[in-house]
Design a protein around this ligand. Structure first.
Ligand SMILES: [Zn+2]
Length: 77
């Protein structure tokens, strides 16, 4: 079967997304409900996006980083 399986992005329609799968739209597809396919990469229980897309979303929305995440909580490894 010729399937294009990428490590972090599987282009899944919304109706096939599971609870802990990334909901970041990665491509348009008019043939699926909603018109988009989604990343569906693994997420943490408290996130709707995978690590990769979570970084993108928080980067473009500074309000989210101020109200939610607090960089000060990070501890040096
Ligand atoms: Zn993702």
């Amino acid at each position: 079967m010729p399937e294009n399986i990428r490590p972090t992005s599987r282009d899944v329609p919304l109706i096939q997304l599971g609870v802990y799968q990334c909901r970041f739209p990665v491509s348009e597809d008019p043939s699926v409900p909603g018109g988009y396919r989604f990343c569906a990469g693994p997420t943490s229980p408290d996130r709707v996006y995978c690590d990769h897309h979570h970084g993108i979303v928080t980067a473009v929305d500074p309000r989210r980083t101020r109200s939610g995440l607090q960089p000060a909580q990070r501890r040096a490894a």
